[in-house]
Design a protein around this ligand. Structure first.
Ligand SMILES: Cc1cc2nc3c(=O)[nH]c(=O)nc-3n(C[C@H](O)[C@H](O)[C@H](O)COP(=O)(O)OP(=O)(O)OC[C@H]3O[C@@H](n4cnc5c(N)ncnc54)[C@H](O)[C@@H]3O)c2cc1C
Length: 248
């Protein structure tokens, strides 16, 4: 799937939970979906701009790098894609006034303009997988939600999602073989410990792990070293790094 640049306008903003804003973007009639955890780079306007200004085309990256004033972008998951309406939903974690992505989402309203570049997807359980492990924090929840909503009814899955508090949980209808555990930081719980304490179903898993970079690394190490999961059956990605703005 070739990546493309797309211009979009906010049509609606909802608070899914106190710290999660669902931003609906329209004007995306040509946007192609790429898969369940498809992600895009979202370009935000700089202060004073009505829309983000940046080079497009195949060589945009090289040109962007030498721009005197570079447009700002961050990576986000397409939570839902409605091709017939030319719309996507993106769920933004509101982690405070500390980064351009969170700041933009906190203040976003209908008519605001952004640019998208992408999409690309990674979730790809191999045919030999007997069951699926999904583990992540709030930043991974949009992808986990999309995956959960598409799981065949016969799937066996263990799903662990770390959130700040009870209020950040989201409701899902789960197939019978899927067990979802909410891990609450305000209760002193951690995703790493929760994964370590999970009783794994029999058979060979496919693991999809995303969230804070250090946490993701620890979980991958545990899966490989202590659970004997084949490295090739693990997708893992640091979606953000504590104390560090996203590297582009
Ligand atoms: C493939 C992929 C998909 C992603 N999908 C989503 C998504 O759907 N929704 C989403 O909200 N995020 C998603 N992320 C994570 C998001 O890109 C990062 O959280 C990004 O750093 C947010 O940019 P920012 O401008 O808000 O903060 P930055 O400018 O990047 O960082 C500023 C400060 O905020 C801290 N910070 C960044 N993110 C968080 C956080 N979540 N919680 C607490 N502190 C944080 C940083 O450590 C830094 O100190 C995804 C990342 C990847 C790689």
């Amino acid at each position: 799937m070739a990546y493309g640049h797309y211009s979009a306008r906010v049509t609606r903003v909802d608070r899914v939970t106190p710290h999660m804003a669902r931003v609906t973007l329209g004007g995306l009639e040509d946007f192609p979906g790429a898969g369940l955890d498809h992600r895009v780079k979202v370009f935000f306007p700089l202060p004073g701009e009505e829309r983000p200004i940046y080079p497009t085309g195949d060589d945009w990256w090289e040109r962007w790098q030498v721009e005197p004033v570079r447009a700002v972008f961050r990576t986000y998951t397409i939570r839902r894609h409605r091709p017939e309406a030319g719309e996507v939903d993106i769920d933004f974690v509101l982690h405070g006034d500390t980064g351009p992505g969170s700041r933009w989402a906190e203040n976003a309203g209908p008519g605001d303009q952004v640019g998208l570049w992408g999409p690309r997807a990674e979730y790809a359980p191999p045919a030999h997988a007997d069951w699926v492990l999904l583990a992540g924090d709030e930043t991974a929840l949009p992808a986990i939600g999309a995956i959960l909503e598409s799981l065949p009814p016969t799937t066996t899955a263990r799903v662990l999602v770390e959130v700040a508090s009870e209020a950040e949980r989201q409701p899902f209808d789960l197939p019978g073989g899927v067990r979802l555990t909410w891990v609450r930081r305000d209760a002193g719980e951690s995703l790493v410990t929760a994964v370590k304490e999970t009783v794994f179903p029999a058979g060979r898993p496919y693991a999809w792990v995303a969230g804070e970079s250090g946490t993701v690394k620890q979980i991958r190490r545990h899966l490989v070293n202590e659970r004997g999961v084949d490295r090739r059956d693990i997708y893992f990605s640091g979606y953000w790094r504590r104390g560090v703005a996203q590297e582009v």
